[in-house]
Ligand binder design. Structure first.
Ligand SMILES: [Zn+2]
Ligand SMILES: [Zn+2]
Ligand SMILES: [Zn+2]
Length: 259
């Protein structure tokens, strides 16, 4: 399995327009963060690898260009916040290149909000002119499901008042936008090789893990390797990297992890 981090930044992206702070003015490419998303290519023993995208960020088009992404079989949505969905329209190019629909997977509330936000996609009759993404929505719950023979395990947790789904695929799990994981979900996160998890900033936040909270939770999950994501401009890559415990690193745009 090959995992590519397409974006590791918080909802505004880093640099933030007009900000002169150390992270926003840094020359380190690892401090340039697009909105969060990952791309997964996995071989389930089929002839063709399965290509999964987690969320369609507002930077999706740019992320496809930078990472040379030309095929996606399915999108797994975590939740309906704007920084996780607004790139959906750019699925059109995947449709055209591969002459196929893209399957979308989302929990009940996320599916509903996607249908509202992108009404033209799901109600083609009302939209005249212009291309429309060709997609097929699957409403999911916490039951594991299969895509082309690959088992996907949803992980349900809280992001303030919002229920968010993370996903476990093989020994990889992705948990963005989280400030509380119920005990029942930790069971699903045992024996991981790689975990990518939300760590917004140093100060506490009401809907995201802080760096300290993310360290505590990561130690409890105990993946062989953990990466933090969804960082704000409070986090300068080089400085924060020095203080993280062994086995925990900051993700950055373009990071490739192979399992
Ligand atoms: Zn800044
Ligand atoms: Zn969110
Ligand atoms: Zn977010």
């Amino acid at each position: 399995m090959k995992i590519t981090v397409l974006g590791s930044g918080t909802s505004q992206g880093i640099p933030i327009v007009g900000c002169k702070c150390p992270a926003c003015t840094s020359n380190d490419p690892k401090d340039k963060r697009l909105r969060v998303s990952v791309y997964i290519e996995t071989d389930a023993g089929n002839k063709k690898p399965l290509r999964l995208l987690i969320d369609t960020s507002p930077d999706f088009r740019q992320q496809m260009l930078v990472n040379n992404i030309t095929d996606i079989d399915a999108v797994l949505y975590t939740h309906y916040h704007i920084d996780h969905i607004m790139g959906l329209d750019d699925i059109r190019q995947i449709n055209q290149l591969n002459k196929k629909l893209v399957e979308l997977y989302a929990n009940k509330e996320t599916a509903l909000r996607l249908k509202q936000t992108f009404s033209y996609v799901f109600d083609e009759k009302t939209y005249k002119g212009g291309g429309i993404p060709q997609v097929n929505m699957h409403e999911i719950n916490t039951e594991p499901f299969d895509i082309l023979g690959v088992k996907i395990i949803p992980i349900e947790y809280l992001h303030g008042p919002t229920i968010v789904y993370g996903y476990r695929i093989g020994n990889f799990a992705y948990i963005t936008d989280c400030n509380f994981i119920p005990v029942s979900e930790y069971v699903k996160l045992q024996g991981l090789d790689v975990l990518i998890i939300d760590a917004l900033r140093y100060r506490k936040h009401e809907t995201h893990f802080s760096i300290d909270e993310a360290i505590e939770v990561s130690k409890r999950i105990d993946a062989k390797q953990t990466y933090f994501t969804h960082m704000t401009h409070d986090v300068v890559h080089a400085d924060t990297s020095k203080i993280l415990p062994a086995g925990i690193e900051l993700a950055y745009d373009g990071l490739i992890v192979e399992i």
